[in-house]
Design a binder for this molecule. Structure first.
Ligand SMILES: NC(=O)c1ccc[n+]([C@@H]2O[C@H](COP(=O)([O-])OP(=O)(O)OC[C@H]3O[C@@H](n4cnc5c(N)ncnc54)[C@H](OP(=O)(O)O)[C@@H]3O)[C@@H](O)[C@H]2O)c1
Length: 294
């Protein structure tokens, strides 16, 4: 039995589907009725294979019922919630569960310092010292499907407004990864001893310039749109003022600063150990556009 924490997330839902398609027995954590409802259609289809267990990562004890009897786990909650990681490891220890796959992110590799990176590394360190047989996967930005908060929002914006704003020259490299490729990676590493106690970068097939990505989007969307480029310095200044006026903005100047950083990675190790073979951005974005009917 595989215990899944974060099975109701954007990535988690694809991972759960993949495991069920592979005929695995799973037990999925949910913390609310709303979260449980997200799993109901799958529950109808896979009655025996999909089990549900209530619990909340705020409390290690609440996870014990679900973790008991599981032989491995997949943890897909943002690692920056370090207390949650501590609670999960604590509960796993109490249940004698040894094997777990954890989803981190390439934010942990950014060349500049920031709070999220620091917390993710702290959590990764806890995992490595937990005594568990871990595998840590660090995906880049994930896209695909309608609940993708990254590209789906962007595609919709372009379709509606006919323009898109970017910060900086657009010469920075990005390497987004298609959601099903991440789900396949999770499923492939779970029982693979070559991946035990290792950390892998999980990214798209090629790194591309942000400008190139926009060209691909234009071709695949079959929609011409204007690109407005704002200098990084001016944009940071404007966002700081905006944040002072609109206090609840979830956009900040750090995010703008990070846009000029190249985010290109190698998946050689993943290819070697579990034949990770991601699709190129052209293919992934075409799938996303057609699946979402854009
Ligand atoms: N999205 C990306 O582009 C991206 C990129 C790289 C790495 N990742 C990593 O991939 C993983 C999944 O990310 P995502 O963006 O798909 O997820 P997400 O939308 O952030 O979903 C968060 C998940 O955590 C659960 N959760 C939050 N607090 C909880 C609590 N107290 N107890 C139990 N469950 C709780 C949520 O359950 P509810 O359904 O109840 O809210 C949901 O299943 C994360 O580790 C993230 O860091 C994501």
């Amino acid at each position: 039995m595989i215990y899944v924490a974060g099975g109701t997330s954007f990535l988690g839902k694809r991972v759960v589907e993949k495991l069920l398609e592979d005929e695995k027995d799973i037990k999925c954590l949910f913390r609310s009725e709303a979260a449980k409802n997200k799993l109901l259609s799958l529950k109808e289809k896979y009655r025996e294979k999909l089990n549900l267990a209530s619990g909340n990562l705020y409390s290690a004890d609440s996870l014990i019922y679900g973790l008991k009897g599981s032989d491995s786990a997949i943890y897909m909650i943002r690692l920056e919630y370090v207390e949650f990681v501590k609670n999960f490891i604590d509960a796993a220890r109490k249940c004698g569960l040894k094997r777990a796959v954890f989803i981190s992110s390439t934010t942990a590799l950014l060349p500049t310092e920031n709070k999220i990176k620091k917390l993710k590394l702290e959590a990764e360190d806890l995992i490595k010292r937990s005594g568990m047989v871990y595998t840590i996967l660090r995906p880049t930005m994930i896209y695909g499907g309608e609940d993708d908060n990254n590209f789906y929002k962007m595609l919709n914006f372009i379709k509606k407004r006919g323009f898109f704003v970017i910060f900086g020259s657009g010469k920075n490299l990005i390497q987004p990864v298609y959601v099903d490729d991440v789900a396949s990676a999770v499923s492939s590493v779970l029982g693979n001893p070559l991946t035990f106690k290792k950390t892998y970068e999980i990214c798209g097939k090629n790194a591309i310039e942000y400008n190139e990505m926009l060209k691909i989007v234009r071709n695949k969307l079959k929609r011409n749109f204007r690109i407005i480029k704002l200098p990084i310095g001016t944009s940071k200044f404007a966002v700081n003022i905006y944040k002072k006026i609109v206090k609840k903005s979830d956009f900040n100047s750090d995010q703008i600063e990070r846009m000029k950083i190249d985010k290109a990675y190698s998946y050689n190790e993943a290819q070697k150990d579990f034949r990770f073979s991601p699709i190129p951005f052209e293919e992934g974005i075409e799938k996303e556009i057609s699946e979402a009917g854009l």
